[in-house]
Design a protein around this ligand. Structure first.
Ligand SMILES: [Zn+2]
Ligand SMILES: [Zn+2]
Length: 225
């Protein structure tokens, strides 16, 4: 049985000293899709239809806009607006207007880029579980890791069945790694707080100095500008 996805990027990002290797992987995946949407994908009918139907979330709009190809963004947003105009109308009744509001609410929360990234990330979650089952070295890498942000930890648990007959052991290890690393950060946070007591003013702060930004990564994932 083959892996869902090439394991090279997983191995590479698990070596990075960070609070969540999956955030690192997602950054690469997201960048690939952004590149596609600003180049080849914009020309494909299939993608244009999807962009028209789903559009982009504000975050992905900003990410697309901050890059070079503004024309590409403008063309795609144009397609999206044409679709939205099919919903927006001067209704004859309040009932119909409320229905229009519901339709707009529903379509306002969709994003074609979020969908692609999520679809791709699911393959990574499954592959990581498979690697745990098949690669002894990866087992050690996982145990030594600093855990994950909450979202990615939950995703790994959600797709843990892909570890097959060792799935039970896999979730046990995942939970242990996550708990241990939350405790590590909690202790650093405490050191950071204690330092504000004048009696500890001369104590070295060490790694606790960056406890808050790293806790931010743990709780919400890596910050992407
Ligand atoms: Zn993450
Ligand atoms: Zn999005």
């Amino acid at each position: 049985m083959a892996y869902h996805i090439d394991t090279g990027l997983i191995k590479e990002k698990f070596k990075v000293d960070c609070e969540c290797p999956l955030c690192e992987i997602q950054k690469v995946v997201e960048e690939q899709f952004l590149h596609e949407f600003l180049n080849d994908a914009v020309m494909e009918d299939n993608t244009r239809i999807k962009v028209g139907n789903k559009g982009f979330c504000a975050r992905h709009f900003d990410m697309l806009f901050s890059r070079q190809n503004k024309l590409s963004v403008a063309l795609q947003i144009g397609t999206r607006v044409d679709n939205l105009q099919k919903i927006i109308s001067d209704e004859k009744s309040v009932r119909a207007a409320i229905k229009q509001a519901q339709a707009l609410d529903k379509t306002a929360t969709t994003c074609v880029l979020c969908d692609y990234v999520q679809e791709s990330m699911v393959k990574y979650y499954k592959t990581i579980a498979q690697m745990f089952e098949r690669e002894r070295d990866f087992f050690k890498t996982l145990i030594k890791s600093k855990g994950f942000c909450l979202h990615h930890y939950a995703e790994l648990l959600r797709y843990s069945r892909s570890a097959g007959f060792v799935a039970k052991e896999y979730v046990k290890i995942l939970g242990g790694v996550q708990k241990r690393n939350m405790e590590r950060l909690r202790a650093e946070l405490k050191r950071f707080c204690d330092k504000h007591d004048y009696r500890n003013a001369l104590e070295p702060l060490g790694s606790a100095e960056t406890a808050l930004p790293r806790m931010r990564e743990k709780l919400y994932g890596e910050k992407i500008d």
